[in-house]
Write a protein that binds this ligand. Structure first.
Ligand code: CMC
Length: 426
């Protein structure tokens, strides 16, 4: 059955072309609306706005489905590596053995940071948030790398490979600088996540440094974060890139968007909230009551999602991983019990049921990161490392098409025209 649509504004009726996606999602094309009727749409928060067509990731919030390039997240998680998923997001297909070998070798060859990035990390005050440092370090790469190569496809591929290879090195350098420890050089014998743990924890006595099972668990977490279609940070990357802004600068903007506690920063906020519940004697009902209180700004962090109105499939996988990783480390973190109790209490509560609020990707991830020895401030950096291939795939997709500069309209509600009064008469 073909769908037709039209919109009537005053005495003008405009037929609207209908776009149907490969998963039968329906979009109404309103590009001619303002020209033909003088009106614009009004959609704060963009909950009903399709900003682009995209072939990268599909998610169905009602059914709890997430697929990268058509592959269900449940099949990718644990079966392939983060680098394979990165290639998948960037190129559209899983790599064959030769492609993966070449990609892996190239990633290993580009891990070391230029000296100026270490200097930038060192220049930040001790209490600077790691997301601020990550964004600045990423931005700084734009001025030094491949300035004339960046405009070519080969140069761009290389820039994107450099950033993928160097994100973990930047993160580890931020951590070690904060601890007053010297940076550890990357080890080309180690795969992506194992090398990251090595650069983070070598010489600190943290057993995670050389444990292949822990490296595999971390790789899985990165896969779960690798893309999530038009979320706040990805939309930021696309919007900034739409001005034909440099790739590194677009990613630096995405990092700052991700930092916020309503987005990726929720993983840090969850663990801080759990600390708060511990301070209240572990009483999860206290937190539920706070979250329901409309006079309080308290929210159940790690709960709710703009798109998922059912279980976030990433949260389901991460919850299992929390048990696996804590079991492997022999840790009995009371926060895990509190988190499970909080989830149970919230899912039974009419407030959360009516609003379809479920645990999201950030609810259990922080417990794993804490158990692995990551400081709270680095949790969102881990999210960023995972999300980089997704941001990059969207930046490429946006710039490959005939994308216009992103430039929303508004409904002006300010003063009408008036005359400037001289200073002495105001
Ligand atoms: N705790 C308590 N109430 C909530 C929560 C929550 N976590 N989330 C939503 N609500 C209520 C909200 O108060 C509103 O109630 P009412 O209809 O009575 O006014 C209703 O649910 C709808 O909320 P909303 O703010 O309009 O929903 P949204 O789609 O704009 O926001 C969200 C989505 C994720 C920002 C929000 O659920 C939230 O703030 N969650 C906590 C932060 C969080 O965990 N963020 C991570 C999101 S997933 C990963 C990522 O994107 O990075």
């Amino acid at each position: 059955m073909s769908i037709t649509a039209e919109i009537r504004v005053g005495d003008k009726t405009l037929p609207l072309p209908v776009i149907v996606g490969t998963e039968q999602e329906v979009g109404l094309d309103i590009q001619a609306l303002r020209d033909k009727t003088g009106a614009v749409t009004f959609d704060p928060g963009y909950g009903n706005t399709g900003a682009c067509e995209s072939a990268v990731t599909f998610l169905d919030g009602e059914l709890g489905i997430l697929r990268y390039r058509g592959y269900p997240i449940e099949q990718l998680a644990g079966k392939v590596s983060f680098l394979e998923v990165s290639w998948l997001l960037l190129k559209g297909e899983l790599p064959n053995a030769a492609e993966l070998a070449a990609f892996t070798a190239a990633e290993k060859a580009h891990r070391a940071l230029p000296a100026h990035v270490h200097a930038i990390i060192a220049a930040f005050p001790a209490d600077a948030h790691p997301m601020a440092i990550l964004s600045a370090a990423t931005l700084s790469l734009s001025s030094t790398y491949l300035a004339d190569e960046k405009v070519t496809e080969a140069g761009l591929n290389k820039s994107q490979l450099l950033l993928l290879a160097q994100f973990p090195t930047i993160a580890a350098a931020i951590y070690r600088k904060g601890k007053g420890l010297a940076a550890v050089a990357p080890d080309a014998k180690l795969a992506y996540s194992a090398n990251f743990l090595h650069m983070m924890f070598e010489g600190t006595g943290n057993a995670a440094a050389g444990d292949p099972e822990i490296a595999k668990a971390l790789d899985l977490l990165l896969i779960l974060h690798a893309d999530h279609e038009q979320n706040c940070s990805t939309s930021t990357v696309r919007l900034v890139g739409s001005a034909q802004t440099d790739y590194f600068a677009s990613i630096a903007a995405g990092i700052t968007a991700l930092w916020g506690p309503l987005h990726g920063g929720a993983n840090q906020a969850v663990i801080e909230m759990l600390d708060g519940i511990v301070a209240h004697g572990g009483d999860v009902n206290w937190a539920v009551a706070q979250a329901k209180d409309k006079d309080s700004s308290f929210r159940l962090m790690g709960f709710g999602h703009r798109v998922y109105k059912n279980f976030d499939p990433r949260a389901t996988i991460i919850k299992v991983q929390a048990d696996v990783v804590l079991g492997k480390l022999g840790k009995n973190d009371p926060q895990l019990g509190i988190a499970k109790g909080l989830e149970e209490a919230a899912l039974k509560d009419e407030y959360f049921v009516a609003r379809k609020l479920y645990p999201n990707v950030d609810f259990y991830s922080g417990i794993i990161y804490r158990a692995l020895g990551f400081p709270y401030g680095l949790f969102t950096v881990l999210f960023a490392i995972g999300r980089l291939p997704g941001w990059t795939a969207h930046w490429n997709e946006h710039n490959a098409g005939k994308a216009k500069i992103g430039r929303p309209r508004q409904i002006y509600t300010g003063k009408n025209a008036r005359d400037v009064v001289e200073l002495s008469k105001r």
